[in-house]
Design a protein around this ligand. Structure first.
Ligand SMILES: Cc1cc2nc3c(=O)[nH]c(=O)nc-3n(C[C@H](O)[C@H](O)[C@H](O)COP(=O)(O)OP(=O)(O)OC[C@H]3O[C@@H](n4cnc5c(N)ncnc54)[C@H](O)[C@@H]3O)c2cc1C
Length: 472
């Protein structure tokens, strides 16, 4: 075997799942078709749950540093620092569960450093072209500049993006809806006056800072290459009725809003995570959150099965938990697409949605729809909230009054049993399976390695079941 787990794709999700696997004691090997890391500035931020997932692994200070610049760029390009639903910029930031504004290449650089520090090998210029599974493992053929290479591992995780070869080669279904809208955009230098940004009868013209673009109804036979100045000028003319001179389009972006989700995230020894498992419009910036949380969910479970400490059936909880999270994002991005379509009826609907967002409860509702924070997992044992939810980072105070943060105890990627004064005797139950930490300022809870609360004090009977379910 070349590795315990082959990871196809060294994008953010592939790098994070590989790091989580390594932390859990498995030997991953990452392959990517590109000879160098991508520099495309796709995403410009991650949500609260992904921020917390990376903070649990000690990356909080780097995220905070990048955020300062990212938030300035966001406000410059969008004309507002407020978050948005379908381009309606009214969402107040959640100070208790903050998101991080940072550009995707910076995030990938951070994750590459994290994976490297853990000793994760990454082989570039390796394009997966064949996948074959049998009872004992998976054989992958990768095209490299030196010819084809066969790689063998016990498991394969496809993190190879929206056009995933692994998804296709392993025969996953990928049902969903075709694009309603398409957007072309980039960092644009105009050679003369520019019409006002906003919604027009046949589409929208986006313009803020040096970023400019057009959103229009999708048509058959869209071009697929980089956006050219002539193509963008023609689109601006079609939508605004104004002739513009586009001198240069740097960092061109072309994307649609088709919404598709794999019918399962597992076929035997092959798993999907990130965009390979789900694609949707970037509205609301949720793709990375979804993918990084897939990685956090799968990594520790697969590592535990590879170590032989947990049964294979643990892996079925991956899709059971992450499938609904993906479906929820597809639902709200489809709704955003409907609200971004041109037309006077949609204009009226946008006004009404904007009014709802002015109400404090409405504002919170839309913010939570995008953050996914209130979306809990269902467990195979009785568990009342906060069990099933992701825990935020928080201050813990020990018996001597010393303060630490929860994230100070989670870097090693193990489960954690936080015990208040009334539950110290539960330490015996932890039984080497999870770490324990005594506290005086909060009630007891059990945290899985992915930051999900598996048990919370109140129901004393389910702690042994929770420990057995997740830690054997
Ligand atoms: C314009 C735009 C703006 C966006 N804004 C946001 C945002 O603000 N916030 C947010 O959360 N999300 C945003 N997204 C979505 C986000 O970029 C994606 O969800 C994210 O890139 C998914 O990461 P991934 O690792 O799953 O896939 P990718 O980033 O696509 O990485 C896949 C990797 O697999 C490699 N690969 C592909 N095929 C093969 C193969 N056959 N063999 C080996 N390697 C292969 C690729 O080279 C690549 O490195 C945006 C997307 C776009 C297009």
């Amino acid at each position: 075997m070349d590795a315990d787990v082959l990871v196809a794709g060294a994008g953010p999700v592939g790098l994070f799942v590989a790091a989580e696997l390594r932390l859990g004691g498995a030997r991953p090997l990452v392959v990517d078709r590109l000879p160098e890391p991508a520099t495309e500035r796709k995403a410009r931020g991650i949500g609260a749950l992904a921020t917390e997932a990376l903070t649990r692994r000690g990356l909080g200070p780097q995220l905070a540093e990048a955020h300062e610049e990212g938030v300035r760029d966001f406000a410059r390009d969008h004309g507002s620092a407020l978050g948005h639903f379908a381009g309606i910029h009214k969402l107040r930031p959640d100070e208790t569960r903050p998101r991080t504004h940072l550009w995707q290449p910076d995030l990938e650089w951070l994750l590459a450093g994290h994976a490297d520090a853990l000793g994760v090998p990454v082989r570039r210029a390796h394009r997966v072209v064949s996948v074959e599974s049998d009872a004992d493992g998976v054989t992958v053929v990768a095209e490299t500049p030196q010819g084809e290479r066969r790689l063998r591992a016990a498991y394969l995780v496809g993190c190879d993006g929206g056009r995933s070869a692994v998804r296709e080669l392993a025969g996953f279904g990928f049902p969903g809806t075709p694009p309603l809208l398409r957007t072309i955009a980039g960092e644009v230098r105009f050679g003369g006056p520019v019409p006002p940004a906003g919604r027009y009868a046949t589409g929208a013209f986006l313009h803020g800072g040096s970023l400019a673009g057009v959103t229009e109804p999708a048509r058959d036979g869209e071009p697929d290459g980089p956006v050219t100045p002539a193509e963008l000028a023609a689109a601006i003319r079609r939508v605004t009725g104004t002739d513009v001179v586009v001198e240069e389009v740097r960092e061109p972006r072309r994307f649609g809003d088709q919404a598709r989700q794999a019918d399962d995230y597992r076929r035997g020894r092959v798993f999907l995570a990130g965009d390979a498992a789900h694609v949707h419009s970037p509205s609301g910036g949720q793709g990375l959150d979804l993918g990084l949380l897939d990685a956090a969910n799968l990594g520790w479970k697969l590592a535990a099965v590879v170590r032989g400490e947990m049964p294979d059936t643990l892996l079925d909880s991956y899709f059971r938990e992450r499938g609904p999270a993906g479906a929820a994002v597809l639902r709200n991005t489809r709704a955003q697409s409907a609200l971004l379509a041109p037309g006077p009826q949609v204009d009226a609907l946008r006004e009404i949605v904007g009014e709802l967002m002015d109400l404090p409860e409405g504002n919170r509702y839309f913010a939570e729809l995008l953050s996914g924070v209130p979306l809990g997992y269902e467990f195979p044992y009785p568990a009342a909230e906060p069990a099933g939810l992701h825990s935020p980072d928080r201050v813990l105070v020990d018996d001597a009054g010393r303060e630490t943060r929860l994230s100070d105890h989670t870097r090693g990627g193990r489960g954690l049993l936080v015990l208040d004064c009334d539950h110290r005797d539960h330490r015996d139950l932890a039984d080497e399976r999870v770490d324990t930490v005594p506290v005086t300022n909060t009630e007891s809870f059990l945290l899985r390695p992915d930051g999900v609360i598996a048990w919370a004090s109140g129901d004393e009977t389910t702690l042994p079941t929770a420990l057995d379910t997740w830690f054997g």
